[in-house]
Design a binder for this molecule. Structure first.
Ligand code: FO1
Length: 347
């Protein structure tokens, strides 16, 4: 039984519940959260509530002639049961023979490992794109193989890559580098002056992504990086408007627990946009829908229970729950807490 009114039973919400739950998600953290939500809903009564995931595509890049989509692939592999659980990205049982050859030829990024099995995904995707499929269509084809148990949608079919403006330590000049170079090569240790969503002026969210928000029973923001995963999705024309106008409650899950970023280097990203690394600050950064922001509710870790009254003062309903995604069961419980908060704000 989910925390929210059981939307698997037709009529409970005055509708068939077919719209289901839409989740905005990045890669590693987002994939783990969605796996927990899928576990929760598949254990519910009646048919499983459909889950649609709107995935960040800002990390995407052309590399050695292939279109690489890190967050879509982390979601696909994790939900398809093929991901490397230790690294959190890429395929289990990976080898790197082709990558070594590419490095020998001096092509690609030697510090960005494309495993042999992973390369097959990029080759397959690129060949579909070359055949004229959109990224949405190519992702659906790839999902036929992996059966992720959710509908996986890129937030846009347009190429909007996140670039990071850094100050070159040697020359003192500022220049943009691809997010993945900043994230993987420099481990976000070189201060980011600002983030650039390159090409966004010519881009739009896909109709499928915007409709998945508009028609949802509940919209969740996964505990993904608020700047380069959730932020890059919301920056796409069409997404923020859909979030502000959907009849569904919009509830986010904090990626910051007890003042520290759970994964990756979210604090380096938040610093670059002048937001404090705290559950409260990120919730306020997203903002209450009643005040022009994008969330109705904000789930924080037990460690941040003191922020609950401040959030409600800002018009954001809030609750505290364990947010460490230590295993699927813990993550399912976290998803249940998010749905319970959604049912509170839905009334
Ligand atoms: N992360 C790393 O830390 N090192 C890598 O060499 C690396 C390679 C890589 C290749 C394909 C892919 O889809 C993801 C990869 N990642 C790697 C993870 C990637 O940086 C993250 O998945 C996200 O882009 C950031 O959340």
């Amino acid at each position: 039984m989910t925390g929210i009114i059981d939307i698997t039973s037709p009529g409970a919400t005055g509708s068939t519940g077919t719209a289901g739950i839409t989740v905005l998600a990045g890669g590693v953290g987002g994939a783990r959260f969605v796996r927990g939500l899928r576990e929760l809903l598949s254990s519910g009564s009646g048919g499983a509530t459909p889950i649609t995931v709107i995935a960040n595509t800002g990390d995407d890049m052309w590399l050695t002639g292939l279109r690489v989509c890190p967050d879509l692939d982390s979601l696909m592999y994790t939900l398809g049961g093929a991901n490397d659980e230790v690294r959190g990205w890429g395929r289990a049982g990976e080898t790197e023979r082709v990558s070594a050859e590419l490095t020998a030829y001096g092509v690609g990024w030697p510090w960005f490992t494309l495993g042999d099995l992973d390369l097959s995904t990029h080759i397959a995707r690129t060949s579909m794109l070359r055949d004229g499929l959109t990224l949405t269509e190519a992702t659906a084809r790839i999902a036929e193989r992996w059966q992720p148990g959710v509908t996986l949608l890129p937030a846009t079919d347009d190429e909007v890559e996140t670039h990071v403006e850094i100050v070159d330590p040697e020359t003192g000049e500022s220049r943009p580098i691809h997010f993945e170079e900043w994230w993987v090569r420099h481990r976000a240790q070189v201060p980011a002056v600002r983030f650039i969503n390159r090409g966004i002026e010519r881009a739009r969210a896909t109709d499928a992504a915007a409709s998945a928000i508009a028609d949802a029973e509940v919209v969740l923001l996964a505990p993904s990086n608020p700047v380069v995963s959730i932020g890059t999705i919301v920056a796409l024309p069409g997404i923020a408007e859909a979030l502000r106008s959907t009849a569904a409650p919009v509830v986010g899950v904090s990626p910051i627990i007890g003042g520290s970023a759970v994964r990756g280097m979210a604090d380096a990203c938040l610093r670059a946009i002048g937001v404090e690394t705290s559950a409260l600050a990120v919730g306020e950064h997203y903002g209450a829908r009643s005040a022009g922001g994008i969330i109705d509710g904000w789930l924080v870790g037990d460690e941040d229970v003191a922020s609950v009254p401040h959030l409600s003062a800002a018009g954001i309903a809030s609750a505290a729950a364990p947010l460490w995604m230590t295993d699927v069961a813990a993550t399912a419980a976290m998803a249940d807490a998010a749905l319970a908060l959604a049912s509170r704000v839905a009334r």
